[in-house]
Design a protein around this ligand. Structure first.
Ligand SMILES: [Zn+2]
Length: 308
């Protein structure tokens, strides 16, 4: 079960430090590179799998409407809402003053992951033990959902949006790369970028709860063209400054150590709720929460960290 679920999926690439953060996390570069190399060497990587045509198409989800691509002026302002027509801001952390940090969980769902589920090779990409803990401990959390994950797990999505301590954000529709070489992720056509992200907001919107206009690129990979593609959508791009390394982890302790050794006031921590390829995250969470408490750091939602 453990071996079978250790799938090398390109969704795991939030486990690396993006852009200039590589300098900050220099000691870990070798680890990230080896993980990427591992993925590159395996045909089972999500990125090696051709995307099926339906997922690549721009067909909207049932009930979707292009009108929701940008919030209407009369709509309640959602956290992360930005002016349309300008390249979105990219946020890697919040204020370094105070004691707030944001725990963020990505819910990836590539075509390959869907295939793994359909073929019974992976039992679940929804780690309910994490939700159990966050609910029990009442930990405010932000979930970055892909459209395909929401469609795979509507009940879990409802469980998240139905809880006022949780907020939801956008992690693209099918977790494809927004730049030519985002590890092994298949590349999303530049012409489909705006539609992909808009469609995901449309998929999440009916679930209600605490919706936001925060967006995280798959793998954290973006360039100026990708940012420009999102300009019409009025959103804020969220990256991170603390890498948990939970995908590919072979034990829970390294996840705990990775978070607690780098977290500070204002940090945005990236974790995954995709049990099938991040199976130790739930085991790491109690010690992460205890460690944050010991450091005097308080988990809050992204919107609270960033002041909406
Ligand atoms: Zn992801």
């Amino acid at each position: 079960m453990i071996a079978a679920s250790r799938t090398h999926s390109a969704d795991a690439h939030e486990g690396r430090a993006p852009g200039t953060l590589l300098r900050v996390f220099a000691p870990r570069i070798a680890v990230y590179l080896s993980l990427a190399a591992l993925c590159l060497g395996l045909s089972a990587c999500a990125g090696k799998e051709p995307a099926h045509s339906a997922a690549q198409g721009a067909a909207p989800a049932p009930g979707a409407s292009s009108s929701s691509a940008a919030p209407s002026p009369s709509a309640t302002r959602q956290p992360g809402t930005a002016a349309t027509g300008v390249k979105p801001e990219v946020v890697k952390h919040g204020p370094r003053t105070g004691n707030k940090v944001a725990l963020t969980f990505d819910a990836d769902m590539t075509d390959f992951m869907q295939k793994q589920l359909a073929e019974g090779k992976i039992a679940s990409y929804a780690n309910l033990k994490i939700l159990d803990l966050l609910e029990k401990e009442k930990i405010p959390t932000t979930f970055f959902l892909t459209g395909q994950w929401v469609e795979q797990y509507p009940d879990v999505t409802r469980r998240i949006t139905g809880n006022p301590i949780f907020e939801v954000a956008n992690h693209s529709y099918e977790h494809m790369g927004f730049v030519p070489k985002c590890y092994t992720l298949p590349q999303l056509s530049p012409q489909l970028m705006t539609t992909d992200v808009s469609r995901t907001f449309d998929v999440i919107k009916p679930y209600g709860g605490r919706q936001t206009r925060y967006f995280r690129f798959p793998g954290g990979c973006y360039d100026q063209a990708a940012l420009q593609a999102l300009a019409p959508l009025g959103l804020t791009v969220i990256e991170w400054d603390v890498v948990s390394g939970d995908p590919f982890a072979t034990a829970y302790k390294p996840i705990v150590n990775a978070v607690l050794s780098t977290v500070q006031a204002g940090s945005i921590v990236v974790l995954h709720i995709t049990e099938g390829n991040a199976q130790y995250t739930d085991e790491a969470m109690p010690e992460i929460l205890a460690g944050l408490k010991q450091k005097g750091l308080q988990p809050v939602t992204l919107s609270e960290l960033l002041g909406g």
